[in-house]
Design a protein around this ligand. Structure first.
Ligand SMILES: NC(=O)c1ccc[n+]([C@@H]2O[C@H](COP(=O)([O-])OP(=O)(O)OC[C@H]3O[C@@H](n4cnc5c(N)ncnc54)[C@H](OP(=O)(O)O)[C@@H]3O)[C@@H](O)[C@H]2O)c1
Length: 306
């Protein structure tokens, strides 16, 4: 197959897309390309000033772009519920949902407003709740739903007995668990969509490694040598945010995509390269654990898929 690029994105005119974490990094690149292809794109983020700047940047590149910012702080379930409520009140079916936002390997255990461990709450639980609350609008459009996973899912374990890492917090295993949870969520949503006739195309993607704010916002918060070294390392082993966004754009727009697929870069160790099928680690295919994680997520968030 020829290398897939943004030129292969089909016309998205008439579609409504939502991208979380669209104020920077991969989310902004994803929103930009969806808007360039004609979709109306809602940029979701926690920072209004950054959201406006992201919208302005997209419009400066594509003057006809239909983009707007909506606030939703994924570290606050009430904010996620309020955003979903605004969407439900407007009633417009949603064609594409890209659950992209995330934080990585926070050095110390922090908690969300709802008391969830910060990485689990931001990266996974809020996206679970958002998807559940938007379900009527997603099914109405037979939507494409994309969860952002990571190579980190390979070392991830779902700690059903202590999902929140109340015992023995370690930044990287906690991050890996959230990214495994996102991949398992995509696969479980695909299974449940088939069982319940929701007609969603539920898929996942990862980007390998790309130069974004993720390191500075996480393991190297506060800047300094760690931030500089982390940035240098990613520049060497990874690719740009624009290239990194290709697997999720492929997942969101390629007509041949079917539910349960996983996309990532095709280069060495899937760190960079053109987009294509990604490798799913065995533990992500455990449907029993996925079902238990789903039940726990409904209980924790109070958001139910119906
Ligand atoms: N970069 C990589 O090498 C890499 C590798 C594997 C996976 N990923 C995944 O790719 C996704 C995008 O990351 P990125 O690299 O683009 O990082 P980034 O540049 O730090 O962007 C993360 C985005 O998430 C948003 N966000 C963080 N916390 C939020 C919250 N509480 N509520 C709403 N939005 C929030 C950020 O908003 P602010 O602008 O307000 O900070 C930003 O828009 C993440 O899911 C990450 O796990 C990245």
């Amino acid at each position: 197959m020829a290398t897939w690029t943004t030129k292969d994105i089909p016309d998205q005119s008439g579609k409504l897309a939502i991208v979380t974490g669209a104020t920077g990094g991969l989310g902004l690149e994803t929103a930009l390309e969806l808007a360039a292809a004609g979709a109306e794109v809602i940029l979701v983020g926690r920072n209004e000033a950054k959201g406006r700047a992201a919208g302005a940047l997209i419009r400066s590149r594509h003057e006809d772009a239909q983009v707007r910012f909506e606030i939703a702080d994924l570290a606050r379930l009430a904010s996620v519920t309020a955003f979903a409520g605004r969407m439900l009140a407007a009633g417009r079916p949603i064609d594409i949902l890209v659950n992209n936002a995330g934080v990585m390997a926070l050095p110390k255990r922090e908690t969300t407003v709802d008391g969830f461990e910060m990485q689990l709450g931001t990266n996974y639980l809020s996206h679970f709740a958002l998807t559940a609350r938007l379900l009527p609008l997603l099914t109405a459009a037979k939507a494409r739903v994309v969860q952002l996973s990571s190579m980190a899912h390979r070392s991830g374990k779902i700690r059903l007995g202590d999902l929140q890492y109340e015992q023995g917090y370690r930044p990287w295993p906690v991050y890996s668990q959230t990214k495994l949870a996102m991949l398992m969520f995509a696969l479980e949503l695909d299974r449940r969509s088939a069982e319940n006739g929701w007609e969603l195309t539920s898929v996942a993607a990862h980007l390998g490694a790309a130069s974004t704010d993720l390191i500075a916002n996480g393991p190297a918060a506060g800047g300094g040598l760690m931030a500089w070294l982390g940035g240098m390392a990613i520049n060497v082993i990874g690719h740009s945010a624009a290239q990194g966004a290709l697997p999720q754009l492929m997942a969101a727009t390629m007509p041949e995509v079917t539910g349960g697929q996983y996309f990532g870069p095709q280069g060495w160790k899937e760190l960079k390269g053109p987009p294509g099928p990604g490798n799913i680690e065995r533990q992500a295919l455990d449907a029993e654990v996925a079902a238990k994680l789903w039940t726990a997520s409904e209980r924790l968030t109070g958001a139910v898929f119906r």
